[in-house]
Design a protein around this ligand. Structure first.
Ligand SMILES: Nc1ncnc2c1ncn2[C@@H]1O[C@H](COP(=O)(O)OP(=O)(O)OP(=O)(O)O)[C@@H](O)[C@H]1O
Length: 275
């Protein structure tokens, strides 16, 4: 996915707000990129534009050869608010089937995909249940299954674990890492949690606020597969989280020089494309 010179300005009766200043980066195929930054720096705005759910004010977003100008084939989104993103009057299976409707697949293929997706998120026995019969963590698993059932090239996630408890969050983080491998999908995940950004990412994009912009693009060179205890014990993990923390907390006026020092790989534009 290639994001080129994207800006976003919100205009309202109260005035105009530059939410995101010129932003460019590339996400390579199968890469897991996390996007972290302080509240209001434009993380959700950026992700919604990547999903084609919000128009850019200027600049372009491409998925492969195609410009993203609306909800695009090959893109799936998981939101924080699982309870609002699932249809409560439909069973889990029907919720998943809805995501495949546009593809007009044979019934047997849909059933197979649903079974695979439910297995991948550990909900094999829950297909006939309704979302409201499940815990919050299980509902978010359903939302993840629904996102992958259409077998997208890119999975976009907006603070998907912010509304669950710490233990469930750790389980869901590991689940998404497994899903990435099983479905060979490219992932961009927005979070405000610095540890999560480092634990999950192959790269961390650190955004700064006022206006929103990419301050640093940090390669995460931790070994895979990641493991909640062992990975977080590594000195390299502590170092990376400190780098990201410093960038997120650092006052705006010194941010760009700090970013360059902490992340010499900032010249991301030169990377090859792309999912
Ligand atoms: N629909 C809108 N109209 C006007 N301003 C908006 C709108 N949506 C977002 N903004 C503003 O744009 C900026 C970026 O918002 P955005 O929600 O993208 O940030 P964020 O980093 O995702 O924040 P948070 O971490 O708090 O969710 C903020 O200043 C916000 O107030």
């Amino acid at each position: 996915m290639v994001i080129s010179g994207v800006t976003k300005r919100y205009d309202s009766a109260k005035g105009s707000k530059l939410a995101l200043t010129e932003t460019s980066f590339t996400i390579r195929e199968k890469e897991f990129v996390t996007i972290v930054g302080p509240s209001g720096c434009g993380k959700s705005t950026l992700l919604m534009m990547m999903a084609g759910l919000l128009p850019t004010s200027s600049g372009t977003i491409r998925l492969g050869e195609n410009l993203v100008t609306g909800p695009a084939d090959g893109l799936a989104v998981v939101f924080q608010e699982y309870s609002r993103s699932l249809f409560p009057w439909m069973t889990v299976e029907k919720n998943l089937a809805m995501a495949t409707i546009a593809d007009r697949l044979p019934k047997a293929v849909v059933a197979e995909r649903i079974a695979r997706a439910l297995h991948s998120v550990g909900l094999e026995g829950s297909g006939k249940q309704y979302p409201w019969q499940l815990s919050g963590g299980m509902q978010q698993r359903v939302a993840i299954a629904r996102a992958v059932v259409a077998e997208p090239r890119v999975l976009l996630m907006d603070e998907p674990f912010a509304a669950v408890d710490a233990q469930t969050r750790a389980d869901l983080e590991d689940l998404v890492l497994r899903i990435r491998d099983e479905y060979d999908v490219t992932v961009a995940l927005v979070t405000h949690d610095i540890d999560e950004s480092v634990y999950l990412g192959d790269r961390v994009l650190v955004l700064g606020a006022n206006p929103g912009r990419v301050m640093a693009d940090i390669a995460v060179t931790l070994p895979s597969p990641r493991e909640q205890v062992a990975t977080k014990r590594l000195p390299a993990f502590a170092e990376l989280r400190s780098d990201v923390f410093e960038l997120v907390m650092r006052p705006k006026q010194t941010a760009s020089s700090a970013a360059t020092a902490a992340a010499p790989e900032l010249a991301e534009a030169a990377r090859p494309a792309v999912a």
